[in-house]
Write a protein that binds this ligand. Structure first.
Ligand code: SF4
Ligand code: SF4
Ligand code: SF4
Ligand code: FES
Length: 971
């Protein structure tokens, strides 16, 4: 679907009003919503008033004076961008006087602008150039003899864009974009009058300022002052294709601007319903991994993991994989093989992998990486509300009066949604943050949490019960809502339970570590502050009581009637791009597509008829069960598509022992990831730019992924799965991913109305989409819950088994950082490493001092599972007793430390609570030494296959190689 490169810019934002005004512009009658600017009214009527400082993503500023108009009966020449349209107005946009005034303005701009249009990167896409043309500027009388900025120094510090002050027209768009759209407030206009210039921070280079490289300023800059380096290198694009970001669960829509098969830049799509034209550093700039030299483009096989890889044809690789799976099943039985679906792949790809397992393998041994992140969301929300998904649109936050963020760090992990949330907070919504760390949201420019409850890791359920206790005992329940919408008996039992004194904030204070008065204040605010919405993340789910906490959150929303309309709801912020989708399409071992249990006979028969095979009625193995079974000798073959279980799953040494025990591991990925080092067959994967499909974001929004270039390794991932199934004796026959979606739509009631055609028409669709909701469902549970009546569930706090002791006195909790993504396989291969080139251990100054740990020094971290070494970042963001790290680099071994403890209902690992000791060290841990040796050998074995060795992943930052460890985050 080719798009226009430059969309029409209406100059000022759209206004929404029930009132309309009709005015006359250049003799034409135009009717617009009240509050619309004259500029926008004219644009809607087809008249483009010249402009420079205005753009329709920002509030008008009125500084350039190019958009002057004449209004009958008014003196002077008002700016059309800042003047609202009024009923009966008569406006003229083109008169000789206006023409002369505009020419004068342009003459002044151009007299201080380098006239290097022919060699400028923005040539052909520059608004200043356009305006010179529109205003008929033919000569500049002032020359360059006077003062000018032409010798100003270019700032090239940001890896992705440059700032060339000599081209700046001080229109202020960038400053406003950083404030209004992004909410970072990194830019100002420093100096006055002629001296005024855009300045990041305190006249610093961009990289030293607060800038988070979201690209919003670059996008709105009308000149080449702020310009993408790729455009400077490659020139302007020639066509664009709308697609979806392959990083986080926000699911931002982008225009891939292309020259032939080469991406010139990714520009956030103004019409994208998840992001409305905004982006973060990952989606906007960090896409270079897709063409990185580390990509493995030829299939490879080997008998043992100590053998060199052998490059083979696709036929040979697929034949070998199929014969190995058949051999293993013959020897060890039908259930000895299985598959893993990735939340990084498309819905269609995931659907095919689970279908292959249930048909060609003939068992239900399929699981997804959502197991290790949001499986408790699926379970908890299904039990209470009846559907395993969030309830709102992102846009709904614009109607929230109170926002409760628990166990999520949106400014790092879901940045585009965070910007939207911060905008609402700047407008006056109240904020409650429940998090052990002092995350950015607690205090950032123009945003301050009304309540920060810095609870101890592992005590979410205690905190949720304490909040509920206040709501119940202080008479803050939404009694009418509960009576109408919820199961009465379950409610009464829950109410009586939370009202028990043991659940009071005072009683829970010792457990959570949070003052009771703070909890009481937060509960009152949530219950009485108007529309209250809860946003939560992995800080809720990745616990021994992850599912319990999700149910506790749903209880709070029902108890206060905060569900079923705009501005409220229960909103899981999904980690990877397609976590929601990978769950929807049946990749759990107990559920067929559409969250229907395999033991349900009618559902099974539906799929049996469609797929022509018998489906096992028993759930298959979950990922951790697969590992245990491998070590028991009963699970011997794995098809792992797009997932890096060695780096992302807990207790690495257990995972690698299990993989080493298997006889055939088939990894399908774009890089030789950590799991591939244990593989016997490597099938080259395709990046999101090389295939068609769909992703489903955290709002249940299904968006198209569109192929912008041919697959570098010949096949898209879905085609490989089809061929593997065929070789296993199961016929799959699809000409295009749209046919896979058509099959899903036939078999999944919530997808009945979804098709590629409709996605093209509507842009995106939030499921359920069927006869009852042909255009999709933005808000769920509006009149009744999906399960009929909402069900309160008692959520008793049970302390985790992972206790701090004299030997392991600190709690380690883990999370993400803005510039890196999950296991880092993609972002580590981009310039994003300039922000974060290694994982660090954050530690409170008291804990550091007690142990003689210095900021930037090496520390050993030891848990019951293992030991690793990282550099220390001494930080007041931590509370004493709690340390924190990210897990983006394999050599960090963050998951060597984490344990096998997991959520009671879903086995989601308890990543967020590990008892550890930390101490200064001078050498890497034994695991790290072993890892370095193993990784080196594996890359040598890869080199023998003629493939490019993956040097980046070998770039070990342990003490062994004496890296300086200087990163922006440590400094
Ligand atoms: S950098 Fe660009 S957007 Fe910012 S003031 Fe200068 S010309 Fe305007
Ligand atoms: S890139 Fe984003 S954060 Fe940085 S200055 Fe521009 S708008 Fe602000
Ligand atoms: S917020 Fe998420 S989906 Fe949007 S651009 Fe960033 S990484 Fe991509
Ligand atoms: S566009 Fe209206 S003053 Fe600049």
């Amino acid at each position: 679907m080719l798009e226009q490169l430059n969309e029409k810019d209406f100059g000022t934002p759209r206004r929404i009003s029930e009132q309309e005004v009709t005015l006359e512009i250049d003799g034409m009658q135009v009717t617009v919503a009240a509050g619309t600017s004259i500029m926008r009214a004219a644009a809607e009527g087809g008249v483009n008033v010249p402009k420079l400082c205005a753009t329709d993503s920002l509030e008008p500023f009125g500084s350039c004076r190019l958009c002057l108009v004449e209004i009958e009966g008014r003196r002077g020449y008002p700016a059309s961008c800042t003047t609202p349209a009024e009923h009966g107005m008569k406006v003229r946009t083109q008169t000789p006087k206006l023409q002369a005034l505009r020419k004068g303005v342009m003459e002044l701009y151009i007299s201080d602008h380098p006239l290097d249009c022919l060699t400028c990167a923005a040539n052909g896409n520059c608004e200043l150039q356009d305006m010179a043309g529109v205003t008929g500027l033919r000569e500049v009388r002032y020359g360059y003899d006077g003062e000018n900025h032409l010798d100003s120094k270019k700032d090239e510090s940001n890896p992705y864009f440059t700032y060339d002050p000599s081209k700046c027209i001080v229109c202020n768009r960038c400053v406003r974009a950083c404030e209004e759209t992004q909410g970072t407030f990194a830019l100002t206009i420093s100096g006055r009058g002629f001296e005024s210039r855009v300045s990041p921070g305190q006249d610093q280079p961009f990289m030293d300022s607060e800038c988070v490289s979201c690209g919003a300023c670059v996008q709105v800059c009308p000149t080449a002052t702020l310009q993408e380096k790729t455009v400077i290198a490659l020139g302007q694009a020639e066509h664009s294709v709308v697609t979806t970001c392959a990083y986080c669960g926000v699911g931002c829509s982008f225009k891939a601007e292309m020259k032939g098969n080469e991406v010139v830049r990714m520009v956030p799509d103004k019409n994208g319903q998840a992001n409305e034209g905004h982006s973060c550093v990952k989606g906007r700039f960090a896409w270079g991994y897709a063409t990185h030299q580390d990509r493995i483009l030829k299939p490879m096989i080997r008998g043992k993991i100590t053998d060199p890889w052998k490059e083979v044809s696709w036929d040979e690789a697929l034949d070998y994989a199929a014969s190995e799976f058949k051999r293993i099943q013959k020897k060890y039985g039908r259930d000895s093989v299985g598959g893993i679906v990735s939340s990084r792949c498309t819905n269609e790809e995931g659907y095919l992998v689970q279908k292959l397992v249930r048909t060609a393998f003939g068992n239900n041994n399929v699981d997804t990486c959502a197991r290790v992140c949001h499986s408790p969301t699926g379970y908890g929300l299904k039990q209470t509300l009846g559907e395993s998904a969030g309830t709102q649109t992102f846009k709904s936050v614009e109607h929230s009066d109170v926002i409760l963020v628990i166990g999520a760090n949106p400014t790092d992990a879901h940045p585009v949604f965070a910007s939207r949330m911060k905008k609402r907070l700047r407008e006056g919504a109240k904020l409650i943050v429940i998090d052990p760390r002092h995350i950015d949201l607690v205090r950032s420019p123009h945003v301050e949490a009304d309540f920060h409850l810095p609870l101890k890791p592992g005590t979410n359920v205690a905190m949720l019960s304490a909040l509920a206790h206040v709501i119940v005992t202080e008479g803050l329940l939404a009694t009418e809502f509960i009576a109408q919408r919820c199961e009465d008996k379950a409610f009464q039992q829950w109410r009586d339970f939370v009202a028990l004194p043991e659940n009071s904030p005072e009683a829970m204070q010792e457990i959570t570590g949070v003052f009771a008065e703070l909890v009481r204040g937060a509960a009152r605010l949530y219950a009485t502050g108007g529309n209250a919405a809860i946003y939560y993340g992995l800080g809720v789910t990745e616990h021994a009581q992850g599912s319990t906490a999700v149910m506790g959150i749903a209880n709070l929303a029902m108890a206060t009637g905060n569900i079923g309309r705009e501005g409220v709801g229960v909103n899981p912020l999904r980690g990877q791009n397609n976590v929601q989708g990978s769950c929807d399409i049946g990749s759990f071992p107990h559920e067929l597509p559409g969250y229907r249990h395999v033991s349900d006979s009618p559902t099974r028969h539906l799929f049996e008829q469609a797929w022509g095979v018998e489906i096992q009625p028993e759930p298959g193995l979950r990922i951790p069960n697969m590992f245990d079974a491998a070590l028991d000798g009963s699970f011997m073959g794995l098809y792992c598509q797009g997932e890096d279980i060695v780096q992302s799953d807990p207790n690495t040494q257990h995972v690698t022992a299990a993989l080493s025990a298997m006889e055939c591991i088939v990894v399908q990925d774009i890089f030789l990831n950590e799991t591939a080092m244990y593989a016997h067959v490597f099938l080259p994967g395709s990046s999101f730019l090389e295939k068609d499909g769909t992703f489903t974001n955290a709002e249940r929004r299904i968006s198209r992924v569109r192929k912008v270039m041919p697959p570098k390794a010949v096949y898209a991932d879905w085609e490989v799965t089809v061929q593997l199934a065929q070789r296993l004796g199961y016929q799959m026959d699809y000409a295009h991913p749209s046919e896979i979606m058509d099959e899903m739509a036939r078999l999944m009631p919530t997808f009945h109305g979804v098709s590629y055609e409709k996605l093209d028409q509507l842009g995106s669709i939030q499921w359920p989409c069927n006869d009852a909701a042909p255009l999709g469902t933005p808000i769920m549970h509006v009149d009744e819950f999906v399960r009929g009546k909402g069900k309160f569930i008692i959520t008793k706090y049970v302390a985790t088994d992972e206790k701090v002791t004299g030997k392991y006195p600190l709690i380690l909790t883990t999370g993400r950082i803005l510039s890196q993504y999950n296991v880092g396989a993609q972002t580590r291969r981009t310039e994003n490493v300039q922000w974060h080139e290694q994982d660090l251990l954050e530690i409170h100054p008291h804990d550091a001092e007690e142990r003689g740990i210095k900021h930037g020094g090496w520390v050993g971290i030891q848990s019951r599972s293992g030991e690793t070494v990282l550099r220390a970042k001494v930080s007041e963001r931590m509370q004493p007793g709690v340390v924190y790290t990210t897990f983006h680099f394999p050599e960090s071994g963050a998951n060597v430390i984490t344990t096998e403890n997991s959520d009671w209902a879903t086995n989601c690992p308890e990543y967020k609570v590990t008892a550890v000791q930390v101490m200064p060290v001078t050498e890497p841990s034994e695991w790290q030494k072993k890892y370095t040796r193993f990784s080196k050998v594996q890359h040598e074995l890869l080199g023998k296959a003629g493939q490019s060795p993956d040097h980046k992943t070998m770039d070990n930052k342990t003490p062994e190689n004496k890296s300086t460890g200087k990163t922006k985050s440590v400094a």
